[in-house]
Ligand binder design. Sequence first.
Ligand SMILES: Nc1ncnc2c1ncn2[C@@H]1O[C@H](COP(=O)(O)OP(=O)(O)O)[C@@H](O)[C@H]1O
Ligand SMILES: [Mg+2]
Length: 320
Amino acid sequence: MGRTGERIVAVKTCKDNTQHGRKVLMNETSVMKQLGAHPNVIGLIGAITVTEPITLITEYAGSGSLRNLLRKLHMEGDLMSTGGRMVIIYTGVDSLGRQEQIQATAVTLLGWAWQIANGMTYVTEKGFNHGDVTARNILVTDQGTVKLCDFSHSQSSQAGIMSDTHTIPVQSAAPEILQTGQRSEASDVWAFGVLLWEITTLGNELYSGIKEEDMLPYLLDGNRLKQSDYCSTQLYELMQSAWELVPSERPSFRQLQQELQTMISSAHKHIDLMVVHTPGAMLSENDCTTSSCRSKQETSTHQCSQNNSIYDRHMSLNES
Ligand SMILES: Nc1ncnc2c1ncn2[C@@H]1O[C@H](COP(=O)(O)OP(=O)(O)O)[C@@H](O)[C@H]1O
Ligand SMILES: [Mg+2]
């Protein structure tokens, strides 16, 4: 990453500079070029493909990957109540050494899921599979917009079979990917369901205790990620629909997006950030069942309401 004039950009070069590595980066460049601009896809600024090293230049997302952001909220965030709604506030320093404050409510979390589904609807309807939909490959800008990145595994949806399945995380892979490498919108939808689970648990470990080599039989036996205490049955059913064994029975990204849109209007019923559910009770360090998340009593409603989340301010969907 560096400065070009006044603009900060992200620069991606070949990790190993092997022929394979160069091919992968060329593919990513080509897919991004064909995709064009969309608010939920990281923007391509330029690429150097005629001289070594092959370089991809994209817009810079100041809050980094969604995976890191979820973990920061989980591990270092303060749980507060403001205006009767729970909010997790993280204050720290970003990768450029700038002060950052991130606030997330249930609306914020569902809004991120909606934005990813929106980006994936676009990618799918442009005729591509992403191939590695996971929280590490979702970026968050300073303005709180969520954007898909890392198109290194992307292919035209005509391609059908994924050649390099060994390089994608087994935990996000649909059973048909693990079996035959057969990829489609439906395999991206499966991965999106896993991502939705990661969002609602603020980045909990996936399939804890299950070895990679046991994943396929585990899924074929009908096992899935479990419903967390903080997630509504309706939202969990949406995840389950993405994890149907038969790919054609999974919803499309457009359908998922519509379902999420409906849920956002009542987001607080679907993700319960208030880990202690005792109306009127004082929240204290010990009350917080999520041990890593520090909870606080409502001490700063005024401060919170003045200091609105960058995410809520910039999200295209309004809190109900
Ligand atoms: N445009 C960007 N702005 C900010 N951080 C980025 C950007 N692109 C990538 N990153 C960071 O680098 C990580 C790896 O990028 P990615 O494109 O997924 O590469 P890889 O192919 O190595 O997985 C991301 O998870 C994110 O933390
Ligand atoms: Mg990646």
